[in-house]
Design a protein around this ligand. Structure first.
Ligand code: PBG
Length: 329
């Protein structure tokens, strides 16, 4: 190996153009998927207190928001709905005029080229806040819930969703959704599976925003133990075998090693990382206190997620990051 004084790695860091030329990881707005929260009503643009800069929108606000997102070069949004009423099954989840179904139609009408991904889960729609149907002991009925997930995915596809993203971590959810979609002729609608989703405390702000916190207990019987990574590979393998079109790891920052391992194990599929609400809130809080340089730390964070192996990042930072990237270019 050539060593000092011949080898001088600093030679490649001398000027901005040189550094840019040898940069290994490129972050672009095309990497981002922007989460949107939708609720009933009109003229609603309600700030989410634990996620500064994020809002809950009513459907009439979405055309303008979709245009802003698309004009920044962001290719996709992911929708989360807050229903009018909750019940044990969550019937609005698969209603033709449900909040997400309305939102999909509004966005696809206003900006057809903006891709609409939908979160497919029960927790925002059920009165108990759990990700599945429950038995009399409050335990999730895995197989009985799969049928509902299929109905929800089909209903989103009917409304015009481009991609469906099941987030409930139930066994067999990809198989169930694939067959439900295919039976109804939606063979072309891809499944972005939250394949590796941990039982994480970093979802706190989201649960406030989407009103999806469980009313009792927790999600530890379906979401993964943060201590495990071999299990993550098994989850990813199963979802690939079930026909997932994208894999996802969630959260991102405390799980960069998991992103890397899933990327190496499954080079054949696009890999998505979810930079979750708590990760967003931490940086925003530190920046608001003047403790961190907001722009630099956010772009560095997003770059780290790509460097770990993600192709795409679901992030609340998408709009501001896309703006800063455009300024830099
Ligand atoms: C479940 C879902 C959650 C998030 C996305 N989809 C919450 C949960 O699993 O409790 C969290 C996203 C975030 O924290 O940004 N529908």
């Amino acid at each position: 190996m050539i060593t000092f004084p011949v080898a001088r790695p600093r030679r490649l860091r001398r000027m901005p153009a040189l550094r840019q030329m040898v940069r290994e990881t490129l972050l672009t707005p095309n990497d981002f998927i922007y989460p949107l929260f939708v609720q009933h009503g009109t003229g609603v643009r309600q700030p989410i207190s634990s996620m500064p800069g994020q809002f809950r929108y009513s459907v009439d606000q979405l055309a303008e928001e979709a245009e802003a997102i698309a004009s920044l070069g962001i290719p996709a949004v992911i929708l989360f709905g807050i229903p009018a009423e909750k019940d044990p099954v969550g019937v609005e989840n698969f209603a033709p005029d449900g909040i997400v179904q309305q939102a999909i139609r509004a966005i696809k009408t206003a900006v057809p080229q903006l891709l609409v991904v939908t979160d497919v889960c029960l927790c925002e729609y059920t009165d108990h806040g759990h990700c599945g149907l429950l038995n009399e002991h409050g335990e999730i009925l895995n197989d009985e819930t799969l049928e509902i997930l299929g109905k929800v995915a089909v209903s989103h596809a009917e409304a015009g969703a481009d991609v469906v993203a099941p987030s409930g971590m139930l066994d067999g959810m990809v198989t169930a959704i694939r067959s439900a979609l295919d039976e109804q002729g939606y063979v072309h609608v891809p499944i972005m599976s939250y394949a590796v989703k941990y039982a994480s405390a970093f979802y706190g702000p989201f649960r406030e925003a989407a009103e999806g916190a469980p009313k009792f207990g927790d999600r530890k019987t379906h979401q993964m133990d943060p201590a495990n990574v071999r299990e993550a590979l098994r989850e990813a393998d199963l979802d690939v075998a079930e026909g997932a079109d994208f894999l996802m790891v969630k959260p991102a920052l405390a799980y960069l090693d998991v992103i890397r391992q899933v990327r190496d194990r499954h080079p054949e599929l696009p890999l998505v990382a979810y930079n979750v609400s708590g990760e967003y809130a931490m940086l925003k809080a530190a920046a608001a206190n003047g403790w961190l340089d907001e722009q630099k730390v956010i772009l560095e964070t997003l770059t780290s997620i790509k460097r770990a192996g993600a192709d795409l990042i679901i992030t609340y930072h998408a709009k501001e990051a896309a703006m800063w990237l455009a300024d830099e270019a």
